[in-house]
Design a protein around this ligand. Structure first.
Ligand SMILES: [Zn+2]
Length: 254
């Protein structure tokens, strides 16, 4: 199976997955033209669309592609996603024939209330819930909901490749470095990210294990993040620590 992040709009990735027979699926096609171009260049046949949440930069091209190819569109049960043909719920399993791949659906609210992630083929397609070195903004959910969603993702095998919806890694890294300047794995990740971006290469996908070692939003139980919170007067439980890190990121400018 081949995995390709297609850059779209300002900083989105549309994830394209295809087999060697040319059968393809896309996740979060915010722009139909980007997908059409990729299909033509690689001589692929689009067989299905997976959507993680209702934001336009993730679903904007889905209706056009659905009409053109008459293919299933899997999406969470949310009226704001009108082009869905198959509504998915937590723990559903999607079995696709071609390409031959199946996905488990995880309900991961926080960024939006109906946000889902798809886990299969060693990949985690997580939309705007988990980013490299960051996590999504809490537009609809509470810190407790988002933390519980991130806990679910964190429990997946460490080798799982995180396929997030945006190229935010460099900016996220500047904030992560404020929280954990003494984290050596974070330092080497930042160097790797700087090199990739200098060459206009994607920083994704990234192994979940690497995120667990460097992403402050997955590290609220560590001594480093607990101490960072304490220095800012946050002494509550792990939800309070997560909320404090998220709020600090929201107002971080660097
Ligand atoms: Zn979003």
């Amino acid at each position: 199976m081949h995995l390709i992040p297609l850059p779209a709009l300002t900083d989105n990735y549309i994830w394209l997955l295809h087999d060697s027979d040319g059968h393809a699926i896309v996740v979060d096609p915010g722009d139909a033209q980007v997908v059409e171009d990729a299909l033509r260049t690689r001589q692929l046949q689009l067989r299905a669309i997976l959507l993680t949440h209702h934001h336009l930069d993730h679903i904007g091209g889905a209706a056009t592609l659905q009409h053109r190819y008459s293919i299933p569109v899997y999406a969470p049960a949310d009226d704001r996603i009108a082009c869905a043909t198959h509504r998915v719920c937590d723990r559903d399993r999607i079995e696709l024939g071609a390409p031959d791949v199946s996905f488990d659906v995880l309900s991961i609210p926080g960024h939006t209330l109906t946000h889902v992630g798809y886990v299969g083929a060693g990949l985690l397609l997580c939309g705007d819930t988990l980013f490299s070195l960051g996590c999504g903004r809490l537009f609809e959910g509470t810190p407790a909901q988002m933390l519980s969603s991130l806990d679910r993702l964190a429990s997946l095998p460490g080798a799982t490749l995180v396929c997030a919806g945006h190229e935010y890694t460099e900016a996220n890294g500047r904030f992560a470095n404020e929280v954990e300047p003494a984290n050596h794995l974070l330092q080497s990740r930042l160097q790797q990210v700087a090199k990739l971006r200098a060459n206009r290469q994607p920083t994704l996908p990234v192994a979940l294990a690497d995120e667990l070692a460097t992403n402050p939003f997955l590290r609220v139980d560590t001594e480093a993040v607990t101490e960072w919170c304490a220095r800012r007067g946050v002494v509550g439980d792990r939800v309070a620590r997560f909320a404090a890190v998220r709020a600090a990121k929201d107002s971080f400018r660097a």
